[in-house]
Design a protein around this ligand. Structure first.
Ligand SMILES: Cc1cc2nc3c(=O)[nH]c(=O)nc-3n(C[C@H](O)[C@H](O)[C@H](O)COP(=O)(O)OP(=O)(O)OC[C@H]3O[C@@H](n4cnc5c(N)ncnc54)[C@H](O)[C@@H]3O)c2cc1C
Length: 215
């Protein structure tokens, strides 16, 4: 969890006074990069400043709700950051020390959190990766070669089934196993032609999967 502690109005001022020395510890990120150390330090500085501005932007859009928005933001300084990031990674080739990591992870708990994230990321020039079940074979839901935010849909996983009309409304974070369970609970006559693996995300399956017991 991240708290936008210091005044957002100070961000520009603090950026001017940030010492290059204070970011040298992050040089390893650019180990294989042809950039000079100074360029690398500047890029890290710029990413940090953008992250700070992004968090301030989010907080400013949720003034009545600041504790709620803070509780869904994880920065690399946060003790939960690594466990949240690694929670659904299946391909460990993309879970190494040198794998590019998100500047911030967000686990939105309402649609308004997602709207604000899109607004603030565009405003501050940050790219977004969206993760549902996290089973993407190439890690495209949580890795990017450019500075990025990770929006993890894990907290938005409701499943509403209209048995009469045979329609289901499923939030992006739900996994196939949850859908099978709910379907079996609601009706004996309905099924979803999903995958064999119950932990695949419904959202990713819709766009990328395709084989299962009914295929
Ligand atoms: C262990 C394992 C078992 C598998 N078993 C099966 C199987 O039995 N049957 C089968 O057909 N397939 C299977 N697959 C493949 C799987 O269906 C695809 O990899 C699927 O795309 C994973 O979906 P996800 O939501 O879990 O992944 P994610 O990594 O979360 O997402 C996959 C892609 O969708 C994008 N995405 C996710 N959520 C959103 C969103 N809300 N908006 C926009 N884009 C979004 C991500 O950015 C990423 O590019 C399996 C994969 C693994 C690793």
């Amino acid at each position: 969890m991240v708290v936008a502690s210091t005044s957002c109005l100070d961000v520009g001022q603090r950026r001017k006074t940030l010492k290059i020395d204070s970011v040298k510890g992050f040089r390893f990120i650019f180990k294989s990069s042809p950039m000079s150390d100074d360029d690398a330090a500047l890029q890290v500085k710029s990413s940090h400043a953008k992250t700070e501005e992004f968090v301030c932007c989010l907080s400013s859009l949720h003034p009545q709700d600041s504790s709620s928005i803070s509780s869904v933001i994880y920065s690399p300084d946060d003790s939960s950051y690594s466990s949240v990031l690694g929670s659904t990674i299946r391909n460990f080739r993309f879970a190494t020390q040198t794998t590019p990591k998100p500047l911030v992870i967000l686990t939105p708990s309402s649609v308004s959190h997602i709207q604000s994230t899109i607004h603030c990321s565009r405003k501050h020039g940050l790219q977004i990766r969206v993760r549902s079940g996290g089973h993407d074979f190439e890690g495209s839901s949580f890795v990017s070669p450019v500075p990025f935010l990770l929006v993890d849909m894990v907290s938005l996983r409701s499943i509403d089934i209209d048995v009469v009309n045979k329609v289901a409304w499923i939030q992006s974070g739900a996994i196939l196993g949850e859908l099978y369970y709910r379907l079996a609970d609601e009706a004996d006559t309905l099924a979803f032609p999903g995958g064999l693996c119950p932990t695949v995300g419904v959202r990713g399956y819709m766009s990328g999967g395709g084989y299962g017991l009914l295929f």
